[in-house]
Design a protein. Structure first.
Ligand code: PEP
Ligand code: MG
Length: 316
């Protein structure tokens, strides 16, 4: 079975009605990007850039960053690469980053919110990404966007740097992983080039349940109907302005979620490396009209268990 999956993995993922869904990889290193290409990824939908910043006493220099982003771009050839800016918070402190002491780090200074206290780090990272983007199809993505003004500030940062250096401005996207961003999708979509829905955090914040909690984490399911409603809302908002929508959270790699996400109208699945071929094969089994009916139906269900059962019935 594994060999069969791999042999088809380099081919496009066309639904039964002939629509191509993009299948990209979530990665966190240069070697992941090489592995992604081997496993059939059509690009990288999420480079978690934390790997460059963790386990060291000093932040990486701009040159160090340009070099690694370019190496990853090189490994991907003409495939697109989405680099997410540093996404850490008080629960994952770095020795050289200033974090306030917080009672609720998941609701505190994390994602792009770290910029206010550490403007040099994010500014340098944006510069490095923009520089690497001059030679490779690289887009920049900001995590944990909760307010409209954050997009405007970070776009201004990207544009300011590119203007000063006479660089082309790369595509700018945002993670949709906070309920406010999903609910305001129609307002945010005109401001950006793409959305990438982070269902891990979106489920955590929608269900008000810590995704790392020892007892409760298993209830944080991206297939909960409340989370699916937010995915539907975010996707519809983006589509109103013709913007690209990826899902890079864990459910993109979950076979039960594949026909539902196809039905809700996303463009791209960005998945863990071992699931690239599997997700492509799953997409090939279904046609969009049937998936749309499934997608609308599951929004009316009561629990994630019911959604999973409906998905399994549909898939079997
Ligand atoms: C997410 O929140 O779904 C996501 C993809 O980002 P991370 O898992 O890195 O928080
Ligand atoms: Mg996240």
């Amino acid at each position: 079975h594994q060999q069969d999956v791999l042999s088809r993995a380099s081919e496009a993922a066309l639904s039964k009605d002939g629509h191509q869904f993009e299948v990209c990889a979530n990665i966190g290193s240069l070697s992941d990007s090489q592995e992604g290409v081997r496993l059939g990824a059509e690009g990288v939908g999420l480079l978690r850039s934390e790997f460059l910043f963790l386990h060291r006493d000093r932040e990486p220099t701009i040159d160090e960053q340009v070099s690694i982003y370019s190496d990853i771009g090189q490994a991907l050839g003409d495939r697109p690469l989405v680099i997410r800016t540093l996404d850490v918070g008080g629960d994952k402190p770095l020795p050289y980053l200033k974090f306030p002491d917080e009672d609720n780090p998941f609701l505190g200074v994390r994602g792009i919110r770290i910029h206010r206290e550490n403007p040099r780090i994010i500014t340098q990272q944006v510069e490095a990404i923009c520089q690497a983007a001059q030679d490779h199809p690289i887009a920049i993505m900001f995590p944990m966007v909760s307010f409209l003004h954050e997009i405007q500030e970070f776009k201004a940062l990207v544009q300011g740097i590119c203007e000063k250096k006479s660089w082309r401005v790369p595509k700018v996207g945002i993670m949709i992983e906070v309920p406010s961003a999903a609910l305001q999708a129609e307002v945010l979509a005109p401001e950006v080039d793409f959305f990438s829905i982070g269902t891990n955090d979106l489920a955590q914040y929608t269900l008000a349940t810590d995704r790392t909690h020892r007892q409760l984490a298993k209830t944080v399911d991206g297939l909960h109907p409340a989370v699916l409603q937010l995915i539907a809302k975010a996707t519809a908002g983006a589509k109103k302005y013709g913007k690209h929508v990826a899902v890079c959270g864990g459910i993109a790699s979950d076979l039960d979620a594949v026909p539902i996400l196809m039905g809700l109208g996303i463009d791209e699945f960005s998945v863990s490396l071992p699931m690239i071929g599997e997700v492509k094969d799953e997409i090939r089994k279904f046609s969009r009209p049937a998936c749309r009916d499934l997608g609308q139906m599951v929004l009316t269900l009561g629990t994630s268990q019911e959604v999973r059962q409906a998905a399994r019935d549909f898939r079997s």
